[in-house]
Design a protein. Structure first.
Length: 277
């Protein structure tokens, strides 16, 4: 279901309570502020605030107020580490009434357990780290009691850091986590190993690192901007009998990249299921 594009963060009514202002929480907050949300509309619950969060507190952001001091909560956004949610969840419950939207970006923590700890109408989402530069992709799934309006609000909050896709089956978040949540690490590993292989082939380390970084970044930008799919773009680079074909014969051969990636994503999916609680 496509969300109403007219629903923007700056137009949201009420306060946004952000529980957890680490890397992903701060990325969301930065996106909201860039999208026009005033700092005084945000309540941040963060026991160890960064210098940036502390500076925003001087601009109106409400940092660590008493739970009862915030009455106009439009949404509670959960960006705490999953392992501390068992302790933090009950402390956040005073911010939530029966109809409050609760948006979680915690890996592995199910809608049922979030609802049991905090109450409210829960949207569970899985972003990824490019959200820090506004180029993330997030997949979200709503609980059955999330209204169309609340879904639109959640979409606006999540869209502040990049693209948002919606699914109806919560079980899909396990492979989503494996593909896009963990995926940036796979891409960084590719750049790391491409640079290492360049050094092994005789390149100076600094040059090999720059070539690998710019090649991965530029190829990603081309993929994002092109109408062609990844397979077509790969084929466009590959001349029969050329250097790329020689490399791909290794990468795509027996025990090569396709099988490795399938097994890696399957392992991450299994682990996501194991961590669900």
């Amino acid at each position: 279901m496509t969300q109403d594009p007219s629903q923007e963060v700056g137009a949201l009514k009420g306060s946004i309570v952000l529980a957890g202002a680490g890397k992903m929480g701060s990325a969301l907050l930065t996106g909201w502020l860039k999208a026009g949300l005033s700092a005084d509309r945000v309540v941040a619950i963060e026991p160890q605030p960064s210098a940036e969060i502390s500076a925003l507190a001087k601009q109106g952001l409400r940092l660590n107020p008493a739970a009862g001091a915030t009455r106009d909560v439009a949404a509670l956004v959960l960006a705490v580490k999953p392992q501390i949610f068992g302790q933090a969840g009950p402390q956040l419950k005073p911010f939530v009434s029966a109809g409050t939207l609760v948006v979680s970006i915690m890996a592995g923590t199910t809608i049922a357990n979030i609802a049991a700890a905090c109450g409210g109408a829960v949207v569970r989402a899985m972003p990824n780290t490019p959200a820090a530069i506004g180029r993330g992709i997030t997949v979200a799934v709503p609980a059955s009691n999330v209204s169309t309006g609340q879904r639109s609000v959640a979409d606006a909050l999540l869209r502040a850091t990049g693209t948002v896709e919606w699914v109806e089956d919560e079980a899909l978040l396990d492979p989503v986590t494996a593909v896009s949540g963990s995926g940036p690490a796979y891409v960084f590993l590719l750049a790391e190993e491409l640079a290492r292989a360049g050094v092994a082939a005789g390149l100076p380390a600094e040059l090999a690192g720059k070539l690998a970084r710019e090649t991965v970044a530029g190829s990603g930008a081309l993929l994002q901007q092109s109408d062609a799919d990844a397979a077509t773009l790969r084929q466009n680079v590959t001349s029969p009998g050329g250097t790329t074909a020689a490399a791909l014969e290794i990468l795509m051969g027996k025990d090569g990249f396709p099988g490795l990636m399938t097994r890696a994503v399957a392992a991450a999916t299994r682990r996501s299921k194991e961590l669900a609680k």
